[in-house]
Design a protein around this ligand. Structure first.
Ligand code: ATP
Ligand code: BTN
Length: 323
């Protein structure tokens, strides 16, 4: 069997949330109970909460809805690849960038090396969140990349709104926040420039049921965070959510290619988590404090300081709320 195939088969069985005996699982897979137990430990190391009861077998703490590649592909026009266990979906697309069509998507259930901005880790336990990357060939070239990254945030919040999920906001440049806590992060990476176009990989990690995980999984998250399960009481269909995000994102990126930031500034400012609130911009050793005033057509963040209205742009700036 292929690497991980046994673990994924066990997970498929356990996904219903009921007990499955080691014996039955072993029989199905043609392996011993001891081998099943070893694989279960491996699954637990992916951040899945499985417990075992003598005489009953193994059970997930919560049922799990797995992603369904065939269904997703039926909903999306561009190629969709589901690789359940991966190092990083962004890395995967970057390594194949010359052979991809614009809009191609990679999704995973678990990332061993999920990454955030500036090489930080993105905590990516199996099966409960979304880890999604899309390749985009941006005809406008590098000059358009800053705006594109803001458009991605707008598109993702608007996709959630389409599904009836309200109250999600943006933190410049492109994190999703709910009640001042991080719900999702976006990482746009570039792979050079052939001719005029820029080759971008847009990655998004969104917490759906992170709160169900044990503290050992989430303890390394270094800032306040939240999950979609804290935003809505309704059950979240992970496949429906992924398909809506992909399609809404592609529509917004196509629109951006035609109109640029026109229209997106207002859409971004409507969703600004810190609009008219006191913020701090951190740029290496330098800090600027003032009132947040949204973004401009260049995608720069506007801050009203004692010196007047100032604009800042660039990847090395961190924004923090002060009130
Ligand atoms: P900055 O504005 O300084 O760039 P950021 O919020 O964009 O801040 P990154 O530099 O992108 O942060 O680093 C990722 C941050 O996200 C880290 O603080 C990390 O601990 C946190 N993090 C990692 N995994 C998750 C997760 N699943 N949910 C929420 N936050 C996470
Ligand atoms: C951030 O730091 O806020 C950005 C986090 C981006 C995480 C996503 S998960 C899918 C894609 N693959 C990665 O390794 N990172 C991004």
């Amino acid at each position: 069997m292929k690497e991980h195939a046994i673990k994924l088969t066990i997970l498929n069985q356990l996904a219903d949330g009921s007990f499955h005996s080691g014996e039955a699982l072993g029989e199905m897979l043609g392996i011993s109970r001891a081998a099943v137990s070893k694989h279960v430990k491996g699954i637990q190391a992916w951040g899945v909460d499985i417990f075992s009861v003598q005489g009953k077998g193994y059970k997930l703490s919560e049922p799990m809805q797995l992603l369904d590649q065939a269904w997703l592909q039926s909903q999306v026009e561009s190629p969709v690849e589901l690789i359940p266990v991966i190092d990083s979906t962004n890395q995967y697309l970057l390594e194949r960038i010359n052979n991809l069509e614009s809009g191609a998507v990679c999704l995973a259930e678990y990332q061993a090396k999920g990454r955030g901005r500036r090489g930080r880790e993105w905590i990516s336990p199996f099966g409960s969140n979304l880890y999604l990357s899309m390749y985009w060939r941006l005809e406008a070239g590098m000059a358009g990349a800053m705006g594109l990254s803001l458009v991605v945030g707008v598109a993702i919040v608007e996709a959630l709104e389409k599904l009836g999920i309200e109250g999600i906001k943006l933190k410049w440049p492109n994190d999703l926040y709910y009640q001042d806590k991080k719900l999702a992060g976006i990482l746009v990476e570039m792979s050079g420039q052939a001719g005029a176009a820029a080759h971008l990989v847009i990655g998004m990690g969104m917490n759906l049921m992170m709160a169900n995980h044990e503290q050992s999984v989430t303890q390394n998250i270094s800032q306040p965070w939240t999950s979609l399960s804290d935003v809505t009481q309704s059950a979240i269909d992970r496949n429906q959510l992924a398909a809506t995000l992909i399609n809404t994102l592609q529509n917004a990126l196509n629109e951006y290619e035609i109109t640029g930031m026109h229209g997106f500034v207002e859409r971004w400012n409507r969703l600004d988590n810190f609009l008219d609130r006191e913020i701090k911009l951190i740029m290496g050793n330098r800090e600027v404090t003032g009132l947040s005033r949204g973004i401009n057509e260049q995608g720069a963040v506007l801050i009203e300081t004692a010196q007047g209205l100032e604009t800042y742009i660039g990847g090395e700036i961190s924004l923090r709320g002060l009130s």
